[in-house]
Design a protein around this ligand. Structure first.
Ligand code: DX5
Ligand code: ZN
Length: 226
């Protein structure tokens, strides 16, 4: 995985058919997804439950791009080796998930993955000020994590602050929640380069009508470039 700041679209399989993940992942990649975003929820850190390391390992066999695993769980540290073994390329932990995020990021890199740090909407950019040399990605949540299909919360000021703090460091800014052709240009203009999108990519499509996924991805990409 080489670093660049071009806009990347990362469909979230939280909006896919949960009985058909393999085919859904192949469909979004065939339709132009740059990364595949995998939302892990534990029913404790967030009020929803999705899947854990064995399922993520099964997804890996279908991912040919980048498997971007977003942990919405607490604690994180006891599971890091399992997600490395499952084949995560990027493993993102929330700064709010525990008292030792610095140790967590060290452990993620130590296990051979890229390290991401996520910020809830209520958490200021400054929370990552001392972490930027330990992180490969900062994920700015533009919804309160837990569910797909929520309304975008404007975090463009936070994104601008982060972009200035990051400077020349090879750190991605990822936006997660409510990204669609209306909101994408706001965050890209502010400095984001990775756009997670669940409902806006999967809406109206299916593995039998995958070209809709392609149309949806292209619409976000075009809006982001405008
Ligand atoms: C929210 C998840 C997101 C979610 C985005 O807790 O982290 O990745 O799937 O879904 P949309 O794009 O529908 O807001
Ligand atoms: Zn996510």
């Amino acid at each position: 995985m080489s670093f660049d700041r071009s806009v990347k679209i990362a469909p979230s399989i939280l909006s896919a058919d949960f009985a058909n993940f393999g085919a859904e992942i192949r469909a979004i990649e065939a339709q132009g997804a740059d990364w595949v975003h995998v939302d892990v929820m534990d029913g404790h850190f967030v009020p929803n439950l999705t899947f854990g390391p064995p399922a993520v390992k099964a997804f890996r066999r279908h991912v040919t791009t980048v498997m971007d695993v977003h942990l919405m769980i607490a604690p994180v540290d006891p599971t890091i080796d399992a997600y490395a073994e499952a084949g995560a390329d990027i493993l993102t932990a929330h700064v709010e998930a525990g008292p030792h995020i610095h140790r967590t990021l060290q452990a993620i890199r130590g296990a051979g993955m890229k390290a991401g740090v996520a910020l809830n909407p209520g958490t200021p950019a400054e929370a990552v000020a001392h972490l930027l040399d330990l992180a490969d990605l900062v994920c700015v949540m533009t919804v309160n994590p837990g569910f797909g299909g929520q309304k975008f919360i404007d975090m463009t000021a936070k994104v601008r602050t982060l972009r200035a703090m990051i400077g020349d460091r090879p750190v991605h800014i990822e936006i997660d929640g409510g990204v669609d052709p209306q909101t994408a240009p706001l965050v890209v203009r502010a400095g984001a380069d990775v756009l997670v999108a669940g409902s806006a990519v999967f809406k109206g499509g299916s593995v039998d009508a995958p070209q809709v996924y392609g149309d949806n991805i292209r619409a976000i990409r075009a809006a982001a470039a405008a």
